[in-house]
Design a protein around this ligand. Structure first.
Ligand code: ADP
Ligand code: MG
Length: 421
């Protein structure tokens, strides 16, 4: 592999076309090249991908990159291939024949980065592959997904620690923009690498200005938004529920985005957001991960976000180009109740969890199937529909606590989820 002869700086220029490193990138690249385990915490837009892509390119063998979303994987791999970097992804959209070709390339030393979702490690095909062709490194991108304290918890990340042990992965590096000590600790313990070296870098966003507007009613929120939209600049409006998004779409004729929409509509909304000169998007927190439009000039919060962490993430999508941008939070006292409800859901008392577990087991026996489909309503009485992403992930968290394995959920408007007991 000729790439090993290059130094990091040469490869940065030659492959990525960049003249220099951004803040902190060089030290992380060299720490990764030395083979150490790292837990890297850098803000959104700071250039985390390069921090692992470059070392994986330069090191012998190949690395596995765990990434939560199929769309994210595809974007990254497409961009790498364009730069002549041998990368591939394996997920449910890849045919079996193609998967075989990819693992053959890895075995022949012709692949540097292989992107997968965490569920992939549960398949025999993939497990056999890593047994025969062990990776040098496992990178966990968006690593906060492993923590229930994160704002985007995914139960499938929970088994990564087991995988790391079973396959004795030599180097494990986690990357996230989530900075709370709780999440950090969780990442290291859940990955079974308590000694991971911590690198925290650059959380200041001096180009963002923050404002809270006191609003007593939706009408006064709408009035505030109307004023802000008169600025005619790329804008994201975050709402905490799907219903909120729909209200905004109706009121302002803006593009909507939430996980209850059909895939095609979501893709269209995303494309519009990336390509329109001056898009305005109303979205739940389902929108944003891995989306990189640098010139967003304002991020408006229609509702109070679930945590300070979530606020940092969402507001932080403004002004990634370093130019001035505004983050405006529309605050109404009663919005607190929505968040308190969601917090209660995420931390159910043990009796509730046990009750739920018994119910689900009974259903499984009745239906003579280990895989059960339940609606959110069946799971959480009083909730007919998955009103927000938070609600879905809270429900999945409850199921994990009840010892059920989430096989993924279909994000239909009914909020149907599949679980294995
Ligand atoms: P993160 O994952 O931290 O949110 P990304 O890896 O998506 O950030 O990178 C954000 C942007 O920064 C991308 O457009 C990327 O091309 C750009 N970038 C990364 N490294 C450099 C660099 N050394 N020089 C210039 N731009 C860079
Ligand atoms: Mg990233």
């Amino acid at each position: 592999q000729t790439t090993e002869k290059y130094g990091a700086r040469e490869a940065l220029k030659q492959y990525f076309g960049f003249e220099g490193f951004l803040d902190h990138q060089e030290e992380i690249v060299s720490a990764m090249l030395s083979g150490r385990d790292l837990c890297v915490i850098m803000p959104t837009g700071a250039g985390k991908s390069l921090c692992y892509q470059l070392p994986l390119l330069l090191r012998p063998g190949y690395g596995i990159v765990v990434s939560p979303l199929i769309s994210l994987m595809k974007d990254q791999v497409d961009a790498l291939i364009e730069k002549q970097i041998p990368a591939a992804f394996i997920n449910s959209t890849v045919s079996f024949g193609e998967q075989c070709r990819i693992v053959d390339r890895a075995a022949a030393g012709e692949l540097k980065l292989l992107y997968v979702a965490p569920e992939r490690f549960q398949t025999d095909f993939f497990r056999n592959f890593i047994l025969h062709t062990p990776p040098s490194t496992m990178v966990i991108d968006e690593a906060h997904c492993i923590s229930q304290w994160g704002h985007d918890f995914r139960p499938s990340y929970w088994r990564l620690g087991e995988v790391i042990d079973q396959f004795n992965i030599p180097q494990v590096c986690a990357f996230t923009a989530t900075a709370t000590p709780h999440v950090r600790e969780d990442i290291r313990t859940q990955l079974h690498r308590p000694g991971m070296e911590l690198c925290v870098a650059g959380f200041k966003r001096p180009n963002l200005s923050f404002q809270v507007v006191n609003c007593s009613s939706d009408a006064s929120k709408f009035a505030a938004i109307r004023k802000l939209l008169a600025r005619k600049c790329p804008t994201i409006i975050y709402a905490s529920t799907r219903k909120g998004v729909e209200q905004l779409v109706e009121e302002f004729g803006v593009t909507g985005y939430h996980a209850g929409m059909p895939d095609a509509d979501r893709t269209e909304a995303q494309d519009r957001f990336m390509n329109d000169p001056c898009p305005v998007l109303a979205a739940t927190n389902a929108f944003g991960m891995g989306i990189d439009r640098p010139d967003v000039r304002q991020v408006i919060h229609f509702n109070l976000p679930g945590s300070l962490e979530a606020y940092y993430q969402e507001a932080g999508r403004a002004g990634r180009d370093g130019e001035a941008a505004d983050c405006i939070l529309l605050y109404a006292y009663r919005d607190r109740y929505v968040q308190e409800f969601l917090i209660d859901l995420s931390n159910p008392p043990p009796e509730v969890v046990q009750q739920l577990y018994r119910e689900l087991r009974r259903t499984a026996v009745e239906r003579k199937s280990r895989v059960i489909e339940v609606t959110l309503g069946e799971l959480l009485p009083g909730v007919e529909d998955a009103k927000s992403e938070n609600q879905l992930s809270a429900a999945m968290g409850i199921l994990e606590k009840a010892g059920m394995i989430a096989r993924g959920y279909r994000q239909s408007s009914r909020g149907v989820m599949q679980f294995t007991g």
